[in-house]
Design a protein around this ligand. Structure first.
Ligand SMILES: [Zn+2]
Ligand SMILES: [Zn+2]
Length: 233
């Protein structure tokens, strides 16, 4: 890929006179050189940059180090306010996402049918972007079925989930919080409803806040209808 300085330059303005504040990545003053202790990127430790959308200021050295610790997908997330620069992608392993309409209503959504999403991810071997490259990973409970009301808002969530899937943000490889198993496929930070017809697990309906909550979780990954419209321009 491109070198990180080239990527970050698009999102930054140089700051000639750093404010009298700490860099929240290394906790040193911005007027002093970066105190970042990890592998040293090839950037002068005293350069300071301002992120163009949110105006938060950091050592350039610290931002490059942070970028190098991520999946280096060309995007950057402000560590202070979580504003996303570029298109954030994840490390979801290969698989399939399908959906169809089923002619039944969900509890709390009596006036419409239901969208059933089917995720299928087979077990495999971890890539360089995963926690233990070269080691195998397990994939439990697939195919996983998830449900949305086939309403205007439900269809909007579906459309954004399809984008999240393409950006590899729905699943990750890690340690299961329910079983403690490591090197397995886990949900990422976008909650899904996996129970149909009841809500015994807390992952079902009715849940009047669910669609708004999942829209907020998608927005936190940089996926909103507004951002998709902007990216097309
Ligand atoms: Zn710093
Ligand atoms: Zn910020």
């Amino acid at each position: 890929g491109k070198n990180p300085e080239e990527v970050l330059k698009k999102y930054l303005q140089k700051v000639r006179h750093p404010p009298d504040e700490d860099c929240t990545i290394c906790m040193e003053r911005l007027s002093a050189p970066s105190g970042y202790k990890g592998p040293q990127p090839a950037v002068k430790p005293d350069l300071v940059g301002k992120l163009v959308k949110c105006s938060h200021v950091f050592h350039l050295h610290c931002l490059v180090a942070m970028y190098n610790n991520g999946n280096k997908d060309g995007s950057l997330q402000c560590p202070t306010c979580k504003t996303i620069y570029g298109v954030k992608t994840g490390t979801q392993p290969p698989g399939k996402m399908e959906y169809h309409i089923i002619p039944h209503a969900l509890p709390g959504h009596a006036d419409c049918k239901t969208i059933r999403i089917i995720y299928n991810i087979p077990p495999g071997v971890q890539g360089p972007e995963h926690p233990n490259p070269g080691k195998s990973f397990t994939a439990r409970g697939f195919p996983r079925h998830c449900y949305l009301p086939d309403s205007e808002k439900g269809r909007k969530v579906l459309k954004l989930l399809l984008v999240a899937w393409d950006r590899r943000l729905i699943f990750a490889i890690g340690t299961s919080s329910t079983t403690g198993e490591s090197d397995t496929v886990i949900w990422n930070e976008i909650h899904h409803k996996t129970e149909f017809g009841s809500n015994l697990t807390g992952h079902g309906y009715p849940d009047i806040n669910y669609l708004d909550n999942v829209l907020a979780e998608l927005a936190a990954q940089g996926i909103t209808e507004e951002s998709l419209a902007q990216e097309k321009d």
